[in-house]
Design a protein around this ligand. Structure first.
Ligand code: GDP
Ligand code: ZN
Length: 456
């Protein structure tokens, strides 16, 4: 029998309220030892909320609270659950938690509530992972996708493919075990067709992984350009708060500054870099080296040129250093007047889109968003029900399954005996089962839930 666990499920710090979750067979019993309201929680209907006080062993009031009673199986963990809303702030919530622990509950381990939801069959492993993705999501699109994964968009497709393969494997087994029986034998054509179809479906899921990574992490966008062109101003303007240091002195952004932003629904991880130019200043040199490294790692590079200044060798050098990247070129400070360098920049931009903007007034930044949207297909990502692969573990398992199914098709095309195909079909079945948790090792399950925080 699972022990009854408890933890503070709201984040640390001073909120208006904090919520302590108790889950397990003794949840109601434990709560009734410390909760004093108009009646015992054991006598209350499921999914009802009650006002009262938490009192310690000495009968002293610890906090004034609301207790929510939720009886199994319609709870997050499928066990009996009591949620106690205390006053916010860590003092009140910790004191209440301590009282609950002394009354017989155990401190929950990281992710233990979600782990129980998985072990009790309420959600599969990919759905449990979606819970953490929802909590950690950096943007609305990622959050929506994780929610759809929690609702089973990915699990359903994986289960459908896996079930077809399980059925196929069973049919093949019957054909091998009872070759003389009157059962309808499965032909190699049938096997090839199913394997081929399943492989296509696996590959279709895999094809979403690149967008999935962007959805999860944002488009890694690096702003480069020589000092004082307005890189930090652009980041500030997009993030709408003074994060990066903006000054008139060339070379003040010494380090790389990162910021997650949502540009008209596009998740960007913006990186402001030190200006790229030849320098003897050691501190600045480190910044410049970092800039060059961050260009290499970027999904998208925004090159900035000061349209009011002088378009010279250093700008051309930056354009040259970024010519093989996905790139958008901005001519900045156009609020000071039409730049005389537009044609010259276009001539050196190697076909990249060139936009005239003002980081100061925000002019042209909507066009920047449109151009980014053109480069990445966000319409597709925003579709509600489509499964998008955002998780490295899922991607690895899908690659394994796809390769095994490819070998099945190959083996049949080469007229190899069907027990060889059978081995690979089982490899694919297991790989897909790793995603939903059906064939995953205990170690992996433990590792996944340990990456959660306590209280989740
Ligand atoms: P960085 O070195 O490239 O990061 O440049 P900063 O963002 O620190 O900007 C350098 C100077 O240019 C500051 O004085 C900014 O106020 C100014 N600046 C930046 N963008 C614009 C713009 O669009 N218009 C005008 N008029 N000034 C700007
Ligand atoms: Zn700067």
């Amino acid at each position: 029998m699972e022990r009854t666990i408890a933890a503070i499920s709201t984040p640390q710090g001073n909120g208006g309220i904090a919520v302590i979750r108790i889950s397990g067979n003794d949840a109601i019993k434990v709560a009734d030892k410390v909760f004093f309201g108009s009646k015992k929680l054991a006598d209350c209907d499921t999914h009802t909320v009650h006002y009262g006080f938490i009192k310690n062993e000495k009968g002293e009031k610890v906090d004034e609270v609301l207790a929510t009673v939720m009886l199994a199986p319609k709870t997050f963990t499928r066990e009996d659950v009591v949620e106690i809303s205390t006053h916010g702030g860590s003092t009140a919530s910790r004191a209440v938690l301590d009282t609950i622990i002394r009354a017989g509950a155990y401190m929950a381990e990281p992710g233990e509530f979600t782990k129980r939801a998985f072990l009790n069959g309420r959600i599969d492993l990919s759905q449990a992972e979606a819970v953490i993705d929802i909590i950690n999501s950096t943007n609305e699109l990622a959050q929506r996708n994780a929610l759809s994964q929690l609702e089973g968009s990915l699990s359903k497709e994986i289960e459908n493919v896996r079930n077809e393969l399980v059925h196929l494997a069973a049919q093949m087994q019957v054909t091998i075990d009872y070759p003389d029986e009157d059962l309808e034998d499965i032909t190699t054509d049938d096997i090839r067709n199913v394997a081929h179809d399943c492989k296509n479906r696996v590959n279709k899921l895999l094809s979403t992984a690149d967008s999935g990574k962007i959805l999860r992490d944002g488009i890694k966008t690096v702003i480069v350009g020589k000092p004082n062109v307005g890189k930090s101003s652009l980041l500030n303007s997009l993030a709408r708060e003074e994060r990066a240091i903006v000054t008139d002195i060339a070379g003040t952004t010494r380090d790389v500054i990162e910021e997650y932003i949502n540009l008209d629904g596009i998740p960007l991880m913006l990186i402001d870099t030190a200006g790229i130019r030849n320098t003897d200043d050691t501190v600045e040199k480190i910044g410049v080296e970092k800039s060059i490294k961050s260009i290499e790692k970027a999904d998208l590079v925004v090159v900035m040129i000061d349209g009011s200044g002088f378009f010279g060798d250093e700008d051309v050098e930056v354009l040259h250093a970024t010519k093989n990247k996905k790139r958008i070129v901005l001519i900045n400070k156009t609020d000071l007047g039409q730049s005389k360098y537009v044609e010259a920049v276009k001539a050196k931009a190697n076909g990249s889109v060139v936009i005239e903007v003002s980081a100061k007034t925000g002019m042209g930044l909507d066009i920047l968003a449109d151009e980014i949207r053109k480069v990445y297909n966000f319409g597709e990502l925003a579709r509600e029900d489509s499964a998008v692969i955002t998780n490295m573990r899922h991607k690895t398992a899908l690659i394994k399954a796809g390769e095994a199914l490819g070998r099945v098709v190959e083996a049949i095309d080469m007229n190899m005996p069907s027990d060889i195909a059978s081995i690979d079909i089982n490899i694919a079945i297991d790989a897909l089962g790793e995603i939903t948790g059906e064939t995953v090792s205990d170690d992996i399950v433990t590792a996944i839930f340990h990456s959660f925080c306590v209280g989740k």
